[in-house]
Design a protein around this ligand. Structure first.
Ligand SMILES: [Zn+2]
Length: 394
């Protein structure tokens, strides 16, 4: 392992540790705090953590290069110590936006300046008791922040912006990044130990969707109804599936209602069998219906090899269909690799929404990532329709 490689791996290891901590923090939020986050946020963070782990130490361990893996961990610990030493003093501040107070760290000021391409001004705020205290005032992107010093502790900043896609574009252009639910009206920006969340002003979630022929109708919470033409080959209604998933996720009901198999068509019976072969707590398919035929066919083969086969997961990962399975004793079965590999390979050229054939290089970032031209057009129309004030929604 070269020095450059060691350094790269150690930094990835640090990011893995941060991502794992953020993932735990997300998972530990009480329902009210979690209202602005989604399962997708956790997935994104979880995927980042696993990718960083794999590319820092896990691949070395798998190759038996344990000494080198130890070196990476040791170097990561040194980097962590350096971070501690140079970290800004943890002065707590309250960021006031409109009438709502929010808490964050002092380094929120430069981050906000970068995001909104503006300079903070120092001003004085009159307290109720007549005293005055200084604060940083930042105005940009159509919103105003007041950043106060405070000893209050909180980990999240929450603000509303008039144009969330524009904010994301500004962030991307300035070397920043936003994670989380690109389509749910929320962008999450980790910064200096503070998680900042920007919400689209006037965001109205979709509440109901039906499909009639090749038109998908969506009703939003504010009463606006969108009518979106869709390709004839599109399987079922992706909007209705998404709403169903959001409803399941945001419900106060505990335990959450079970995942529902929708738009499975002729594959329904086989997929129900497959679901029954999964552990009860994880009985869901994290794939879109365009890949259901592949999953069903893979299941048919697995069952032939071992009727007692246990299916671990069926999911989309890195734009591929991933299926895991083992025998009753949780042992790996080499012959399962055939049908599982076949399904993975087929998924590379199968549209996730209509099962149509697509070139293997058609994958794009986002979910779903493998779509044919017409399905992608529909996905984009649906994304546009979700932004308040956009004419496409009417
Ligand atoms: Zn398609």
């Amino acid at each position: 392992m070269t020095d450059t490689d060691l350094e790269a791996r150690a930094h990835r290891y640090r990011v893995m540790q941060h991502a794992a901590a953020l993932h735990r923090a997300l998972a530990a939020m009480p329902p009210e705090a979690a209202r602005l986050t989604t399962g997708g946020d956790r997935d994104t963070v979880g995927q980042l953590a696993s990718r960083m782990l794999w590319s820092s130490t896990a691949d070395l361990n798998q190759q038996g290069r344990f000494a080198e893996s130890k070196q990476v961990v040791a170097r990561a610990a040194e980097i962590a110590a350096e971070e501690e030493g140079t970290a800004a003093p943890a002065v707590r501040v309250v960021v006031g936006l409109f009438d709502r107070p929010f808490a964050g760290q002092l380094d929120s000021v430069p981050v906000l300046e970068a995001i909104f391409e503006t300079k903070a001004t120092e001003e004085l705020f009159a307290e109720y008791d007549g005293s005055q205290r200084p604060y940083s005032r930042i105005v940009g992107g159509g919103i105003e922040f007041r950043v106060f010093e405070s000893d209050k502790r909180s980990a999240a900043l929450d603000f509303t912006v008039p144009d969330l896609p524009a904010l994301r574009a500004r962030l991307d252009a300035n070397g920043g990044h936003a994670i989380g639910n690109r389509r749910g009206g929320v962008a999450t920006m980790p910064s200096g130990g503070v998680v900042m969340q920007a919400r689209q002003a006037g965001w109205a979630p979709p509440v109901e969707s039906t499909r009639t022929g090749n038109v998908i109708t969506v009703r939003f919470e504010d009463g606006i109804v969108a009518e979106l033409p869709c390709p004839a080959a599109l399987i079922g209604n992706p909007v209705a599936r998404q709403i169903d998933e959001w409803d399941r996720w945001y419900t106060a009901e505990r335990p959450r209602p079970p995942w529902r198999l929708l738009d499975a068509g002729e594959h329904e019976a086989e997929l129900r069998e497959l679901l029954a072969a999964m552990p009860e707590a994880d009985r869901y398919l994290s794939i879109e219906p365009g890949w259901y035929a592949l999953a069903a066919q893979c299941w048919r083969q697995l069952k032939k090899i071992d009727p007692e086969c246990v299916v671990g997961e069926v999911k989309e990962k890195w734009a591929e269909l991933r299926i895991s399975a083992c025998d009753q004793d949780r042992q790996v079965v080499a012959r399962f690799g055939g049908p599982i590999g076949w399904a993975r390979k087929q998924s590379l050229r199968t549209c996730e929404w209509c099962a149509g054939s697509i070139p293997t290089d058609a994958a794009r970032p986002g979910k779903p990532s493998r779509l044919c031209g017409p399905c992608r057009e529909f996905a984009e129309a649906w994304e546009r329709a979700r932004w308040t004030g956009n004419d496409d929604r009417r």
